[in-house]
Design a protein around this ligand. Structure first.
Ligand code: MN
Length: 202
């Protein structure tokens, strides 16, 4: 079974004005599609074809560079679309809200740490909230790497990710990455992040 581009769970223009429709169209339809196509080509007729995308990431040090780049690209974007929604934002409640306060002292402190990780990742990459040893951490990764990968500096299960490649924001924000990061807080789907948190804590 070849990997497939997941459908966007909302319309291209649903995240406006925070992320514009044109960016979503190109990001999902062209960039993510290319990662899926290139991943499928890279693993065709190999044993990797039978692995889940998560297991591919967990064993990435044994994979060729096209699998790392495109497999990471497929996993990361598949997560990214689901952790945003129109009318999102606010602050998480319940056990995720409590865990953020325990790990980062306050929700505002968490946002500052995550925003710093996103702003200071040089060049292309991702900022993450992840679960490692049942604790929450913030990290960033270069290119299309992610915390699931056995090569990651900070390893764990990512539950929230922000794409800081220029293709994710350049049309609307140009060089103003911090403005894009600030806008992201208005569209975070905390219910989805809480679901991923609960699954990672099992
Ligand atoms: Mn991207």
């Amino acid at each position: 079974m070849a990997f497939e581009l997941p459908k966007l769970p909302y319309a291209h223009n649903a995240l406006e004005p925070h992320i514009d429709a044109k960016t979503m169209e190109i990001h999902h339809g062209k960039h993510h599609q290319a990662y899926v196509t290139n991943l499928n080509n890279a693993i065709k007729d190999t044993d990797t074809e039978k692995m889940s995308i998560e297991d591919i990431c967990r064993n990435i040090s044994k994979m060729a560079m096209p699998v790392r780049n495109n497999g990471g690209g497929h996993f990361n974007h598949s997560l990214f679309w689901t952790v945003m929604k129109p009318g999102g934002g606010g602050a998480p409640s319940g056990s995720l809200g409590d865990a953020i306060k325990t790990a980062f002292e306050s929700f505002d402190n968490f946002k500052t740490q995550f925003g710093t990780a996103a702003a200071t990742r040089f060049g292309s990459g991702w900022a993450w909230l992840l679960v490692a040893d049942k604790k929450l951490k913030v990290s960033s990764t270069p290119n299309q790497d992610n915390p699931l990968m056995d090569v990651a500096e900070v390893k764990g299960t990512p539950i929230l990710g922000l794409d800081v490649w220029e293709h994710a924001y350049y049309l609307n924000y140009q060089n103003r990455r911090p403005d894009y990061v600030a806008a992201f807080w208005n569209i975070v789907n905390w219910e989805e992040v809480a679901k991923r948190y609960a699954a990672a804590m099992k």
